[in-house]
Design a protein around this ligand. Structure first.
Ligand SMILES: [Zn+2]
Length: 339
């Protein structure tokens, strides 16, 4: 079963990666149109003048790249709502990865909670109230360098822009035809991270960093969802860091998979190393249930019977848990539960 959820996460990653490729193919075609409109007959080359290059650069940024990556305003995640196609891709990726992680958490728990009364109590409705004060929603999480998700999107948009500028400058100066440039642009923006191309003066891939950012955000969302759900879930006491079958020795992941208090890669949920450990990390996480779940089932059943159920009621309701994690509310709830 663990493999099923790990492979579902990978399939989700691949689907988002394919969407990324499709969208960048369209970007390349739109840029190709701008270049073609600036070309002259008979050979469809672009006049190598400063004015023409400046015009093309500006049209590519304002007309294609900026709307795609950032949207109309300055913040691609305004109040957490995606404002651009790229932000929407990342959001859908985060939402999907969070949901799969939550479903895994629920499935793992279901195996040890056979009592239907307790199970209904855990997975039934839970009012989604926003009375918990401060938030920590997904779009405000800050990376180790102090950048929010919007900052990271900005950095990557600028990176793509600089790479395309270099490509256009080079090929305009070489007298490459607009038709040929459009072809080169398409490969430049859609080439996968793993592909190897001939070295060029402007690099191999224009969208590598943007693709890597999307992948890393989606994987990280799966990790945060597993940690948050496991912290809130009374039936889970640990998270196991698991290597993928495709993993080749040796990097920090080998240490993590053999780490934890007992050297079996199982950590208390609050002490899991930062996941993913590196870009393109294929490791997966597995919630590990408590040693004696039946004691906890008996305790909860007794509480429910006397109407003294505690504040964990409805915690494993799938839709509630997904929204609580995405909105950052889960952090405050965990504090209440643990205090
Ligand atoms: Zn790994």
């Amino acid at each position: 079963m663990a493999q099923t959820f790990a492979s579902r996460q990978l399939r989700h990653q691949r689907a988002m990666d394919n969407r990324f490729t499709q969208e960048h193919r369209t970007l390349a075609q739109n840029i190709g149109r701008i270049v073609t409109r600036s070309a002259r007959l008979p050979d469809l080359t672009v006049p190598n003048t400063r004015e023409r290059r400046t015009f093309i650069r500006s049209a590519v940024w304002e007309g294609v790249l900026r709307p795609y990556y950032l949207g109309r305003g300055d913040d691609p995640f305004l109040d957490g709502v995606p404002q651009s196609p790229y932000a929407a891709l990342i959001y859908d990726g985060i939402e999907g990865a969070t949901r799969i992680a939550v479903q895994q958490e629920i499935a793992v728990t279901r195996r040890v909670v056979k009592d239907d009364t307790v199970w209904r109590w855990l997975t039934g409705d839970r009012a989604f109230v926003l009375e918990y004060g401060s938030y920590d929603p997904f779009h405000t999480w800050v990376d180790p360098n102090g950048y929010t998700l919007s900052d990271r999107v900005w950095r990557n948009a600028n990176e793509v822009r600089a790479r395309i500028d270099r490509l256009l400058d080079y090929h305009i100066s070489q007298g490459t035809s607009a038709v040929k440039m459009a072809e080169i642009l398409e490969e430049f923006l859609t080439v996968g991270a793993g592909s190897v191309r001939t070295r060029t003066p402007y690099g191999r891939s224009g969208s590598y960093a943007a693709r890597r950012l999307a992948r890393t955000e989606i994987t990280a969302a799966a990790g945060r969802a597993t940690v948050n759900a496991s912290l809130a879930n009374p039936f889970v006491s640990g998270i196991q860091w698991r290597l993928s079958a495709a993993h080749k020795c040796c990097d920090v992941c080998d240490d993590y998979a053999a780490g934890g208090p007992n050297g079996d890669g199982i950590y208390p949920p609050g002490e899991l190393p930062t996941y993913p450990a590196h870009p393109h990390d294929l490791c997966s996480l597995l919630p590990v249930t408590v040693g004696s779940p039946s004691d906890l089932v008996d305790e909860l059943r007794a509480k429910i019977a006397t109407g003294r159920g505690d504040n964990r009621q409805g915690l494993l309701n799938e839709n509630w848990l997904v929204q609580a994690i995405l909105n950052g509310v889960i952090g405050q709830i965990i504090e209440r539960i643990l205090s």
